[in-house]
Design a protein around this ligand. Structure first.
Ligand code: AKG
Ligand code: FE2
Length: 250
């Protein structure tokens, strides 16, 4: 974790639960919200007035889809993990944080990320500092997690290397992870450019995303929530009541 901002704990869930983990995810996957979004690595407005050679000018189609937390039954393995105090304590310890909290957002705290065959989750930086995830269904081929550890820092954007990677010229900077169902992935995605390469074959790639925050009460903005889930709840519209955050998946 200290060296690359990434750590995979293999066999985090017992082997005898692998098929349950998969079938539970597959059962809710049809509820994913699909909306092909035009994005760039920084998740800033793609029509912004950026210089001609800025990597933010390169546009991608984000073709992954999310199942929201309120559509994931509370008795599923991933939901029980997400809300378990011991798991939460463990996550905080792994990231060296005093404590972490479930998001107060009823849609985005726990999601299933669905990447259908032919789709990809293009190169991006995360808005949130840290991400916890678990593959629940592996694709037949493709759908590889690729990342460039520390390609930028809080002080330096390093646009040249970022542009090289997104234009396919950055091979020496790219690392690949073969994630397997039941492995727990801990990742700091704010400074490491990353993507899920296009999924091939007939099987969808499913990943549970466990989103936590350092401060309690975090709720996503109405506009971002609508983009990700195709709907908002009253709590997203109640300005001022909640701690606003943009810890949503990008
Ligand atoms: O599905 C994955 O393995 C990565 C997802 C991701 O990068 C994200 O949701 O920000
Ligand atoms: Fe990400």
């Amino acid at each position: 974790m200290a060296a690359t901002g990434c750590c995979v704990l293999t066999d985090f869930v017992r082997p005898e639960l692998q098929e349950t983990l998969r079938s539970e995810g597959a059962a809710v996957a049809p509820h994913a919200h699909y909306d092909v979004e035009t994005v760039n690595v920084y998740n800033i407005a793609v029509d912004g007035e950026l210089p001609a050679d800025h990597p933010g000018r390169v546009e991608f189609q984000r073709g992954n889809a999310f199942v929201a937390r309120d559509l994931i039954p509370e008795d599923l393995i991933v939901h029980r993990l997400y809300t378990h105090p011991v798991f939460r304590r463990f996550v905080a310890d792994c990231f060296g944080l005093e404590e972490v909290h479930e998001l107060a957002d009823p849609l985005s705290g726990l999601c299933l990320n669905v990447v259908r065959p032919g789709m990809e989750h293009p190169w991006h930086f995360d808005t949130n500092e840290f991400t916890v995830s678990m593959l629940t269904q592996a694709p037949e081929s493709g759908g590889v997690f690729e990342y460039c550890p520390g390609i930028r820092t809080a002080e330096a954007e390093n646009f040249d290397d970022v542009r090289a990677v997104i234009e396919g010229r950055g091979e020496p900077l790219v690392r690949r992870l073969t994630l397997r169902p039941r492995d727990l992935q801990l990742f700091k995605g704010r400074f490491s450019l990353h993507r899920v390469s296009p999924v091939a074959g007939a099987v969808e790639r499913h990943t549970a995303i466990f989103a936590y925050s350092e401060h309690p009460g975090v709720i996503g903005s109405a506009s971002r929530t609508r983009q990700l889930f195709g709907r908002v709840l009253p709590v997203h519209l109640e300005a001022g009541r909640a701690v606003r955050g943009d810890l949503l998946l990008d």
